[in-house]
Design a binder for this molecule. Structure first.
Ligand code: SAH
Length: 504
């Protein structure tokens, strides 16, 4: 068995987009990911589903003896030929103990690679609008640990030198000692009026920034409840923040939004929300499964030659149907004489992924609109095949049946999600999530059925606001006795995002 390489990888400051391409390459080949608590769970999705993912912050703490199990796991896994990614917040070599881990690996004869990451200072600077260096205001930058106790004689930091440092100071791990840090800088002659800032949860939708003259910083931190993880900036460049702070002006900045789509389809909305500055939570309400009985689908596939229209009402339907076609040893030529209809852009994109162009997509994306559009095209007596989920509305069939021969087949199964994420549920109960996006009637039914009285009360009081994808979904929500705060103009992900932005 050959020894595998251990990758000491920087995960960046929090925003999942701030991971390097090299880090993604390493994660893709990982068998074991040992990650720190501050690392975003979204990043773990780059690792294979089968890879083992273990959070090791609880073990590490600040005590050396607790680091040993991490070292041992890395070494044991590498010796067993498993590819290990040690994923650390920010950069592994900036207050990350990456050097110690590398040393241990070298001593054990294990090959390693160090993948740099965006360190908190750089992330916080960019996302809070603090230019670490500036031609007119700061010609140097120092990364300083605040974990040192400035009043202890053994402190290795030279506070006198730091007070005179001709540039920007960025202090990590300083929140619990901010009084002493500021006192030490002032005692060594730093101007009490020096602009200073604290940036907490930098690069995330939860980011908070506070600016104050240095002397006032500790009191403001206390009053406004700032805590770790945060970095402290001391520099004239902080004064320029108002002009550069772009992230905090994003339209959904700081808004906490629940995404309820099936996990494999949640990513698009989650990433869009992150881009707009929101804080996404994911609680899948329905799941997609393979159907139990393929026989009706197989029969429908065998009779495609006699079918005039094949109608898809979801991307899942496209993937399931074409997957089955392939499994039966057929290819796209089986669809040669069939005209294709798709209910909306997502379904259409799913067809395009198979190099198929829909002949018909309605201008609005509900069953009624699709039925109306189809009725203008279908000749009397033609044969129409509806490929869909094993549950859902029956509108399409009902509206087409009088005009043509309709066959409806279930190509995938949709079930209520069983997964209960207590963390998300509790956040809802405590009122920490402000918006719930509901992207179909089934999702609305399934989610709302799982909410307890506290959550329902919050929804009724509009402390939690429901955002619906379409009039049909809104009707379902109202039938369940709850108010809809906003409805998408277009029944698409982007429509939901626009509806969210429109809430004032
Ligand atoms: N290796 C990491 C630092 C680890 S030490 C890096 O390069 O960023 C942990 C400290 O990093 C925290 O106490 C805090 O000071 C800082 N930090 C990490 N993530 C942060 C974030 N998202 N926002 C603000 N500070 C952060």
């Amino acid at each position: 068995m050959s020894i595998a390489t251990v990758y000491l990888v920087g995960a960046g400051p929090g925003h999942p987009g701030l991971l390097t391409l090299r880090a993604v390459e390493c994660l893709r080949q990982a068998d074991l990911v040992l990650y720190d608590k501050l690392v975003s769970p979204i990043l773990l999705e780059y690792a294979p589903a089968a890879a083992e993912k273990r959070c090791v912050t609880e073990l590490a703490s600040h005590h050396d003896e607790r680091v040993v199990p991490i070292h041992d796991s890395m070494i044991a896994a590498a010796r067993a030929g498993r590819c290990v990614v040690r994923l650390k917040g920010g950069d592994p070599l900036v207050f990350g103990r990456g050097a110690e881990e590398a040393e241990v690996l070298r001593e054990a004869g294990i090959p390693f690679e160090i993948v740099p990451g965006i360190t908190a200072a750089i992330g916080a600077g960019a996302y809070a609008g603090i230019s670490l260096t500036h031609r007119n205001h700061a010609s140097a930058v120092a990364f300083v640990t605040g974990h040192e106790n400035p009043h202890k004689p053994e402190s290795i930091l030279d506070w006198n030198a730091l007070a005179r440092f001709p540039g920007t100071l960025v202090i990590y791990m300083g929140m619990s000692r901010i009084d002493r840090i500021v006192a030490a800088l002032l005692a060594e002659g730093k101007d009490p009026q020096t602009p200073a800032a604290v940036v907490q949860y930098a690069t995330l939708g939860t980011q908070r920034t506070l600016t104050a003259p240095l002397a006032e910083l500790p009191r403001r931190v206390r009053d406004e409840g700032f805590a770790a993880p945060a970095v402290i900036f001391v520099s004239p460049v902080v004064a320029l923040r108002d002009e550069l702070a772009w992230f905090e002006r994003r339209p959904l900045f700081g808004k906490r939004v629940l995404v309820t789509r099936p996990r494999h389809q949640a990513a698009e909305l989650v990433h869009r929300l992150i881009d707009l500055g929101a804080v996404p939570f994911v609680l899948p309400s329905v799941e997609i499964r393979e159907i139990a009985d393929w026989a009706p689908v197989d029969r429908a596939i065998q009779s495609l030659r006699q079918t005039d229209w094949l109608v898809f009402t979801s991307a899942n339907g496209v993937t399931a149907f074409l997957g089955r076609l392939e499994k039966l040893g057929l290819d796209l030529r089986a669809l040669g004489n069939v005209r294709l209809a798709a209910i909306g852009p997502k379904t259409s994109a799913a067809l395009q992924a198979f190099h198929l162009k829909p002949d018909l997509v309605p201008t609005r994306f509900q069953s009624e609109d699709l039925a109306a559009a189809l009725l203008t095209q279908i000749q009397p007596g033609q044969r129409v095949l509806l490929a869909r989920a094993d549950r859902g509305r029956d509108v399409l069939r009902q509206q087409l049946e009088a005009h043509c021969t309709v066959e409806q087949i279930a190509v995938y199964s949709q079930v209520d999600a069983l997964e209960v994420d207590d963390e998300v549920m509790n956040a809802l109960r405590r009122g920490e999530i402000e918006y719930i996006t509901l992207t179909s009637s089934n999702i609305a039914k399934s989610l709302l059925a799982r909410l307890d009285a506290t959550c329902r009360r919050r929804i009724e009081a509009r402390e939690i606001k429901l955002v619906s994808i379409s009039p049909v979904t809104s009707d379902t929500i109202r039938e369940l006795g709850l108010p809809v705060t906003a409805e998408a103009k277009n029944a698409t992900t982007e429509g939901v995002v626009e509806a969210l932005i429109g809430i004032r």
